[in-house]
Design a protein around this ligand. Structure first.
Ligand code: NAD
Length: 400
């Protein structure tokens, strides 16, 4: 079979000769009891870069030893890109949300052999799920592999935005010491109202991590959490997103991108937020309206916006979120720490082993199966497509 894998660039100076840590902590299981990815074999060293071209998700030996063709490329956008040449006869495509190959309707329809799209990570909105459903392409992802990595990033971003870390760090880098400048936008989170839009794996883990800060916790989700969890965390459930945003000082967005959530944070919803609130969005860029976020930061209606997700990706060099005031954006990194990479590389291998051995892929990994939403897909997504506008990704020009 032909496996096409789209990965991000290697480091500019080549693959690291050494890494800061000797090894990774050993995790036994995820908090809900789900087991970590458990492939039969592994051909990489956990803790090393796997998500970039030379890392190859540690899959080359396994695939080639089993007689498969393995194409790895970072050329994924614009006319004549390498991924488009290979998708035509690929059986399986692997892509990462951090550097997504947008598997649009047109691409899916051209890919006559395509059987499965694997997301090396979580969040399969870069695949036109409607087209996958209609063309019988299964879509799977490595559920839970980086949910807790993202929750850590969210806590980091909430603290850094509310305390105004970026500004303070800049003052030091510039040789300064003006304490008043450093603290004129700096607050404690203690006592604040913090709410998550969606309390799935990431949202719930974020709530648990935040409890230690003595804040008031809120959530909105289309599935209500068990009452013992609400009690344990002293959670306030909101029937609507409007009700949540009206009372929260910090709103963190943790739902998948699908037709129900695309453009959810538009001008209207943002206008209902508490004056001076912060948004942390590590879910997907398209859940927030690009211009409405900029306007709200410029007017001061929002005090800050941080996250690691953009639309499209890579974000064009002139994407306004790169230069808007009081932002704490990173490139899409929260779910691709070296720790997370080891888990999703294992997960992709587990999925491939199941596929080749014709054994069932875990239900939790399924988004689309046999022409319908299945597993996590049925729980967390609605049918439809959220890929429109992806072409803009070709406008990104690599910096030296
Ligand atoms: P999950 O499936 O465990 O949780 C998703 C939750 O969203 C579910 O509880 C679901 O009920 C809820 N939801 C879905 N549609 C909703 C709607 N319209 N309104 C309210 N709630 C809704 O997934 P997860 O592991 O928590 O990940 C969530 C999302 O985070 C992913 O789909 C992905 O987009 C994003 N993510 C980002 C990164 C990153 O690196 N930045 C990494 C992993 C996941």
């Amino acid at each position: 079979m032909k496996v096409l894998c789209i990965l991000y660039d290697d480091p500019k100076d080549g693959m690291p000769k050494s890494y800061p840590l000797k090894d990774l902590p050993k995790l036994e299981k995820y908090p809900d009891g789900m087991s970590l990815p458990s492939p039969k074999g592994r051909d990489f060293i956990p803790g090393q870069l796997l998500g970039c071209i030379s890392g190859e998700l540690g899959l080359r030996k396994f695939l080639e030893d089993n007689g498969h063709e393995f194409i790895v490329t970072n050329s994924k956008d614009g006319e004549g890109c390498e991924a488009d040449e290979h998708i035509i006869d690929a059986d399986i495509v692997i892509s990462q949300p951090f550097f997504p190959y947008y598997l649009t309707k047109e691409r899916i329809e051209k890919a006559k052999n395509l059987k499965m799209a694997i997301t090396a990570g979580i969040g399969s909105d870069h695949v036109d799920l409607q087209a996958a459903i209609e063309n019988n392409v299964d879509v799977v992802e490595v559920t839970f592999c980086n949910s807790r990595s993202v929750a850590e990033h969210i806590v980091m971003m909430i603290l850094s935005m509310v305390r105004d870390y970026h500004n303070q760090h800049n003052i030091v880098n510039q040789g300064g010491w003006n304490i008043a400048d450093a603290v004129k936008r700096s607050y404690d989170v203690e006592g604040m109202n913090i709410g998550t839009v969606a309390a799935g794996r990431i949202g719930l883990d974020t709530l648990r991590k935040l409890k230690a800060f003595d804040v008031h916790l809120h959530y909105f989700d289309r599935h209500r959490l068990p009452s013992d969890v609400e009690k344990e965390l002293n959670l306030k459930f909101h029937e609507t997103v409007e009700s949540l945003v009206r009372v929260c000082d910090v709103v963190t967005i943790n739902c998948p991108l699908h037709p129900e959530t695309e453009n959810l944070f538009d001008k209207e919803l943002i206008s209902k937020m508490k004056k001076g609130a912060y948004i942390i969005n590590t879910a997907r860029g398209k859940i927030c309206n690009r211009e409405a976020i900029v306007e709200a930061l410029e007017s001061g209606h929002l005090s800050g916006y941080a996250g690691d997700v953009w639309f499209p990706q890579p974000a064009p060099n002139d994407h306004v979120w790169r230069t808007m005031p009081n932002h704490g954006m990173t490139p899409h990194t929260s779910g691709t720490s070296l720790s997370a990479q080891a888990r999703y590389a294992d997960g992709v291998r587990e999925i491939l082993e199941c596929f080749f051995d014709k054994t069932p892929i875990r239900d939790q990994y399924l988004i689309v199966k046999d022409g319908k939403l299945a597993g996590m897909g049925a729980h967390s997504y609605t049918k439809g497509s959220s890929t429109s506008g992806f072409e803009e990704a070709k406008n990104y020009k690599k910096l030296n």
